[in-house]
Design a protein around this ligand. Sequence first.
Ligand code: TYC
Length: 118
Amino acid sequence: MPDEPLPPTPPGPVDPNRDEGQGSVVAERKLARVQPPSLYQVVLLNDDYTPMEFVVMVLQEYFKRDLETATQIMLKIHHEGRGVCGVYTRDVAATKVELVLAAARRAGHPLQCIMEAA
Ligand code: TYC
Protein backbone atom coordinates (compact mmCIF):
# COMPACT_ATOMS: atom_id res chain seq x y z
CA MET A 1 0.00 0.00 0.00
CA PRO A 2 2.31 2.80 -1.20
CA ASP A 3 -0.03 5.70 -0.45
CA GLU A 4 -0.90 4.83 3.12
CA PRO A 5 0.15 7.65 5.46
CA LEU A 6 3.03 6.91 7.78
CA PRO A 7 2.11 6.46 11.46
CA PRO A 8 2.60 9.60 13.55
CA THR A 9 6.08 10.35 14.86
CA PRO A 10 6.59 9.70 18.58
CA PRO A 11 5.83 12.68 20.84
CA GLY A 12 8.57 15.03 21.98
CA PRO A 13 11.84 16.06 20.36
CA VAL A 14 14.05 13.16 19.33
CA ASP A 15 17.77 13.67 18.77
CA PRO A 16 18.75 10.86 16.42
CA ASN A 17 22.36 11.18 17.58
CA ARG A 18 21.76 10.97 21.29
CA ASP A 19 23.64 8.27 23.06
CA GLU A 20 21.27 5.41 23.75
CA GLY A 21 23.94 3.21 25.25
CA GLN A 22 26.35 0.69 23.83
CA GLY A 23 24.99 -1.51 21.05
CA SER A 24 21.76 0.43 20.62
CA VAL A 25 20.33 1.08 17.15
CA VAL A 26 18.41 4.25 16.26
CA ALA A 27 16.00 3.94 13.36
CA GLU A 28 15.48 7.26 11.59
CA ARG A 29 12.24 7.82 9.72
CA LYS A 30 12.96 8.50 6.04
CA LEU A 31 10.69 10.29 3.58
CA ALA A 32 11.18 7.50 1.05
CA ARG A 33 8.11 7.51 -1.22
CA VAL A 34 7.92 4.97 -4.03
CA GLN A 35 6.80 6.04 -7.50
CA PRO A 36 4.06 4.10 -9.31
CA PRO A 37 5.48 1.80 -12.01
CA SER A 38 5.67 3.11 -15.59
CA LEU A 39 2.98 1.69 -17.85
CA TYR A 40 3.28 0.41 -21.42
CA GLN A 41 0.63 -0.31 -24.01
CA VAL A 42 0.94 -3.43 -26.10
CA VAL A 43 0.00 -2.65 -29.70
CA LEU A 44 -0.85 -4.98 -32.59
CA LEU A 45 -0.13 -3.77 -36.14
CA ASN A 46 -2.18 -4.61 -39.20
CA ASP A 47 -0.83 -6.64 -42.10
CA ASP A 48 -2.40 -8.21 -45.18
CA TYR A 49 -1.71 -11.87 -44.37
CA THR A 50 -2.47 -12.75 -40.75
CA PRO A 51 -5.97 -14.26 -40.59
CA MET A 52 -8.57 -12.28 -38.65
CA GLU A 53 -9.41 -15.39 -36.64
CA PHE A 54 -5.80 -15.68 -35.47
CA VAL A 55 -5.77 -12.07 -34.24
CA VAL A 56 -9.05 -12.60 -32.39
CA MET A 57 -7.58 -15.73 -30.78
CA VAL A 58 -4.47 -13.76 -29.72
CA LEU A 59 -6.61 -11.06 -28.12
CA GLN A 60 -8.63 -13.69 -26.23
CA GLU A 61 -5.71 -15.87 -25.13
CA TYR A 62 -3.00 -13.34 -24.33
CA PHE A 63 -5.04 -10.24 -23.46
CA LYS A 64 -8.05 -11.93 -21.84
CA ARG A 65 -10.61 -10.18 -24.06
CA ASP A 66 -14.03 -11.71 -24.59
CA LEU A 67 -14.99 -12.68 -28.15
CA GLU A 68 -16.97 -9.51 -28.85
CA THR A 69 -14.27 -7.13 -27.56
CA ALA A 70 -11.52 -9.12 -29.31
CA THR A 71 -13.43 -8.88 -32.59
CA GLN A 72 -13.92 -5.12 -32.16
CA ILE A 73 -10.22 -4.56 -31.44
CA MET A 74 -9.19 -6.75 -34.40
CA LEU A 75 -11.49 -4.80 -36.76
CA LYS A 76 -10.13 -1.49 -35.45
CA ILE A 77 -6.58 -2.69 -36.22
CA HIS A 78 -7.70 -3.92 -39.63
CA HIS A 79 -9.22 -0.53 -40.52
CA GLU A 80 -6.90 1.89 -38.72
CA GLY A 81 -3.55 0.08 -38.97
CA ARG A 82 -2.93 -0.48 -35.26
CA GLY A 83 -4.72 -0.99 -31.98
CA VAL A 84 -4.01 -1.17 -28.26
CA CYS A 85 -4.51 -4.64 -26.78
CA GLY A 86 -3.85 -3.69 -23.15
CA VAL A 87 -1.76 -1.57 -20.77
CA TYR A 88 0.72 -3.23 -18.40
CA THR A 89 3.86 -2.71 -16.35
CA ARG A 90 7.09 -3.00 -18.37
CA ASP A 91 7.98 -6.65 -17.72
CA VAL A 92 4.42 -7.89 -18.23
CA ALA A 93 4.11 -5.93 -21.50
CA ALA A 94 7.48 -7.25 -22.75
CA THR A 95 6.48 -10.83 -21.93
CA LYS A 96 3.17 -10.48 -23.79
CA VAL A 97 4.97 -9.11 -26.86
CA GLU A 98 7.36 -12.09 -26.83
CA LEU A 99 4.57 -14.63 -26.37
CA VAL A 100 2.44 -13.13 -29.16
CA LEU A 101 5.36 -12.97 -31.59
CA ALA A 102 6.35 -16.56 -30.79
CA ALA A 103 2.77 -17.78 -31.35
CA ALA A 104 2.51 -15.87 -34.64
CA ARG A 105 5.82 -17.23 -35.95
CA ARG A 106 4.90 -20.77 -34.90
CA ALA A 107 1.70 -20.42 -36.91
CA GLY A 108 3.58 -18.90 -39.86
CA HIS A 109 1.98 -15.45 -39.67
CA PRO A 110 3.79 -12.09 -40.04
CA LEU A 111 1.79 -10.42 -37.23
CA GLN A 112 3.70 -7.57 -35.56
CA CYS A 113 3.33 -6.71 -31.89
CA ILE A 114 5.11 -3.84 -30.14
CA MET A 115 5.08 -2.03 -26.78
CA GLU A 116 5.28 1.70 -26.21
CA ALA A 117 5.13 4.03 -23.24
CA ALA A 118 1.50 4.68 -22.28
N1 TYC B 1 -5.70 -7.39 -42.22
C1 TYC B 1 -5.78 -8.81 -41.87
C2 TYC B 1 -6.65 -9.53 -42.89
O1 TYC B 1 -7.38 -8.90 -43.64
C3 TYC B 1 -6.35 -9.01 -40.47
C4 TYC B 1 -5.49 -8.46 -39.40
C5 TYC B 1 -6.06 -7.75 -38.34
C6 TYC B 1 -4.14 -8.70 -39.38
C7 TYC B 1 -5.29 -7.26 -37.32
C8 TYC B 1 -3.33 -8.22 -38.37
O2 TYC B 1 -3.12 -7.01 -36.30
C9 TYC B 1 -3.90 -7.49 -37.32
N2 TYC B 1 -6.59 -10.86 -42.90
